[in-house]
Design a protein around this ligand. Structure first.
Ligand SMILES: [Zn+2]
Ligand SMILES: [Zn+2]
Length: 377
């Protein structure tokens, strides 16, 4: 056998054994960024692997076949981690709806700052890889007579530079389209910055804190656990670590709240109540907002990426959870608590940070004229 046939044989073996590993990577990339390039590369690779399998069997290369079988089973096991696996239903809660006396003038507005094009499979187990989903980055302005606050900031003015620091594979698997930063949207509408009292973080990941530096000197409210996590969160919290923000910790000094063991009532009137919901990050929270008209919202951050994750009790897929370094036990507890609330109080609008459907009932700041007439008492 000449030199080239030997090289050819080595290549066929390599494709059969290492191909499934590359196919796993392409699968993960496509699920996070459904580009036709990843799809075409994946289909080509499947055909090549099957052809090499045929060659190995025809030539009875059983040692190579053993290795190829192992990596191909590993690939199928990986794909299996994206299939539906609903958590058992939690015991129902009987807690009465907590009292709230929001003052007249409380209101909320959505400030969409960008979108990632992803798939349902990326967001929750059982989601289809063919179901394309927008993963939005939206800041929420809560207007309150004691001082407005922003729940997360979305993508800030310098997001392009921030993204340049992210790992190559993450950037390859992310198709991010940015809109106007929250600070610019507020400025364009003549918003009086002195009314913005706090930025309240659901957690400190890059896509939630990106716009913090656009609001210099505005205190950023975090839990002690999340403040500590900023130092250990790797690249996902590198921006939070370096941005020189004025972090202000708060304590869960309030009692149980709708099945959560602790709470913090920001203004003491029940309009903005924060509860610990760890798992996605150690100090993740859920922010309950009640408006003077009676409408109630639960801003759940990244507890789930799409509402179905909560309603169908489907966790994030294994690969996504693993790369985020989530605590699966705590995340499950937080998810089931929120799931029990969603069942008991279907009128509370649950808003996962990245699900555009969560914002359907919230007026968009830039399109709304309501702010013009709003003057807190
Ligand atoms: Zn996050
Ligand atoms: Zn996020």
């Amino acid at each position: 056998m000449g030199r080239w046939p030997k090289v050819g044989v080595a290549f066929l073996r390599f494709v059969a054994v290492a191909g499934p590993v590359l196919l796993g990577l392409l699968t993960a990339l496509y699920i996070g960024r459904p580009s036709s390039h990843f799809l075409a590369a994946g289909i080509t690779l499947v055909v090549a692997i099957l052809a090499c399998d045929g060659w190995i069997i025809a030539r009875r290369r059983w040692i190579t076949a053993g290795f190829a079988l192992a990596t191909q089973i590993a690939f199928l096991t990986f794909v299996g981690t994206y299939t539906a696996s609903p958590l058992p239903a939690p015991s129902p809660i009987s807690d009465p709806l907590p009292q709230a006396s929001p003052p007249v003038g409380t209101a909320i507005y959505a400030l969409p700052t960008g979108v990632n094009h992803r798939t349902a499979a990326f967001a929750y187990r059982g989601g289809s890889p063919w179901d394309k989903r927008d993963s939005v980055s939206t800041a929420v302005l809560v207007r309150h007579p004691q001082g407005d606050l922003l729940i997360d900031t979305g993508l800030g003015r310098t997001i392009a530079e921030q993204m340049g620091e992210f790992p190559f594979l993450f950037r390859l698997g992310t198709d991010l389209v940015r809109f106007q930063a929250a600070a610019d949207q507020l400025e364009a509408a003549g918003y009086d910055r002195t009314q913005l009292r706090y930025i309240l973080l659901t957690h400190a990941h890059w896509d939630h804190v990106s716009g913090v530096p656009d609001f210099p000197a505005v205190p950023v409210l975090v839990t002690a656990a999340e403040h500590r996590f900023i130092d250990d969160g790797g690249w996902a919290t590198a921006h939070a670590k370096s941005m020189n923000a004025v972090f202000q910790e708060y304590a869960f000094d309030g009692g149980p709240y709708m099945g959560f063991t602790q709470s913090h009532d920001l203004y003491g009137d029940g309009s903005i109540v924060i509860v610990p919901a760890p798992g996605h990050t150690p100090g993740s929270v859920v922010v309950f907002v009640t408006l003077s008209g009676g409408a109630r919202y639960a801003f759940v951050g990244d507890l789930v990426w799409q509402l179905q994750g909560l309603l169908e009790r489907e966790e994030r897929p294994w690969f996504e959870a693993k790369t985020l370094g989530e605590n699966p036990v705590l995340l499950r507890q937080s998810l089931l608590r929120m799931s029990a609330i969603a069942t008991r109080y279907p009128h509370i609008k649950i808003v996962p940070s990245h699900d555009p459907r969560g914002y359907a009932s919230i007026p968009e700041w830039s399109r709304s004229a309501a702010w013009k007439n709003h003057r807190p008492n």
